[in-house]
Design a protein around this ligand. Structure first.
Ligand code: DCP
Ligand code: MG
Length: 439
């Protein structure tokens, strides 16, 4: 096996280890496994497209920008190109890393790490503050590229989106051609690098965009999906976090192959009612639709905890952050919601929801928070148990201003609106963690 280049080393560092032998492709900067074909212009095509049954014939592209905030900083200041750049909070104020350039990641620096620790690992790194407004602006330009190819765009975050392109194939050719053109246009027009994954469903497309990062372009074909999934650690399956990974490890289940070959009774003890869903993902099956904002039925935010949480105040703190994020996304999209829903998943994977519906729709954070808080407190009083996941979502969406106003008397509502506007502006300028309301 030839010496691993820098890129291969980074691929290894990204937690998932290929079982494949990485072979350096002399012609360009990609790597091949026995399953990979290097196609035109350096794409790594995994498998060859054959006619597929309907359920597997969707084409979904997942785009995820490389080291997004850090790359935008390098773009705006050419002196930073090729250097270790960290975007994040002040190390003296217990700030954390939001993004790290790949040059910094070689030293072990990654997102969510305390900036002070990152600087110990990589003393030469240049630390810059979050400039959210600029990243939002760049994100809009990236979306403008997507919109040329499909109206089916589901943004996951500023730098990440699913694109449903099944309906675009007649106009633009294959999903590979569309994905490649999007990647090229982002490079040519914005001078930024996007990693692209293409597959028949969201789970595999997202996995694909991550498989050869940075500068990845990976297509996962149906006939090869199982071979690709099998050697990966179970943590690659959506929803399997550290706690569950540990529980699986104690049953000697480390890889996706071991998981799908485990008797259902054993899995049921760990996943409860989610067992069938997890098994489908392990087999590369995922029927979820790409939901664009325009037709979004709900907006939500959820968090899986590293350790299970029962403490009411900690849960309220997490919930408040989620309400603020969701409310801000509502306002960004000029929408209002009629219903709020809490999602609570216990340590045994039992999942319950608690919903409340307003008399009239709203996008006011205080109104959403009031209902969310009451619902959480009521649940906590009756049935508090250790939670592994907490989520907050809104549904019953409609265009802002089209509903009745019954939540607050008008002067109070205007005051709340001004408060929300100021809040959005501050978070836009200084980042999501710049400001939190009191519980
Ligand atoms: N982000 C953040 N805090 C985190 C994780 C991410 O503020 N804990 C921000 C900064 C990232 C952006 O979101 O630049 C996108 O997140 P990604 O997980 O896609 O990470 P990057 O784009 O930085 O790197 P890559 O996608 O190449 O792994
Ligand atoms: Mg990214």
């Amino acid at each position: 096996m030839p010496a691993l280049s820098e890129k291969a080393a980074l691929v290894h560092q990204r937690r998932f280890m290929y079982n494949w032998q990485l072979l350096k492709d002399s012609g360009n900067d990609t790597f091949r496994s026995p399953l990979c074909q290097t196609s035109r212009r350096g794409a790594v095509t995994i498998g060859q497209g054959k006619p597929l049954p309907m359920s597997e014939s969707r084409r979904i592209i997942h785009v995820d920008m490389d080291a997004f905030y850090a790359s935008v900083e390098q773009l705006d200041n050419p002196d930073l190109a090729g250097k270790a750049v960290i975007v994040g909070g002040d190390p003296k104020r217990r700030g954390v890393v939001s993004a790290a350039s790949y040059e910094a990641r070689k030293f072990g620096v990654h997102s969510a790490m305390p900036t002070s620790q990152a600087l110990r690992l990589c003393p030469e790194a240049i630390v810059l503050p979050v400039r959210m407004k600029r990243y939002v602006e760049v994100s809009r330009h990236i979306h403008a590229v997507f919109e040329k190819f499909t109206p089916q765009i589901e943004p996951i975050s500023l730098d990440e989106a699913f694109l449903g392109v099944t309906g675009s194939l007649r106009l633009f050719g294959s999903a590979e051609e569309i994905g490649r053109t999007i990647k090229d246009q982002i490079k040519e027009q914005l001078h930024l690098v996007a990693s692209v994954g293409i597959a028949s469903n969201k789970f595999l497309a997202k996995l694909a965009s991550d498989l050869d990062k940075p500068d990845g372009f990976v297509i996962i074909a149906e006939e090869d999906k199982q071979q690709i999934l099998d050697p990966l650690p179970v943590g690659r399956i959506w929803g399997i976090g550290k706690v569950t990974e540990k529980a699986l490890k104690s049953e000697r289940i480390d890889t996706i192959e071991q998981l799908r070959k485990t008797p259902t009774e054993v899995l049921r003890r760990i996943f409860g009612e989610q067992t069938a869903h997890v098994l489908r993902l392990a087999r590369g099956i995922d029927d979820r639709k790409v939901e664009s904002w325009r037709e979004a039925r709900s907006i939500s935010s959820e968090q899986t905890f590293a350790t299970d949480i029962t403490d009411k105040d900690i849960l309220l703190g997490v919930l408040l952050g989620q309400v603020e994020d969701v409310a801000q996304r509502l306002r960004m999209n000029n929408l209002e919601a009629k219903t709020i829903t809490l999602k609570l998943r216990y340590d045994d994977f039992r999942t319950v929801t608690r919903s409340r519906t307003f008399a009239g729709p709203t996008d006011v954070t205080a109104a959403l928070w009031q209902q969310a808080r009451e619902a959480l407190l009521k649940w906590h009083k009756r049935s508090a148990g250790p939670l592994r996941l907490l989520g907050f979502g809104v549904s019953g969406l409609q265009k802002a201003g089209s509903g009745q106003r019954q939540l607050f008397a008008e002067p109070e509502r205007e005051k709340q609106k001004r408060l929300d506007k100021a809040f959005d502006q501050i978070r836009g300028k200084f980042g999501r963690d710049a400001l939190r309301r009191g519980k």
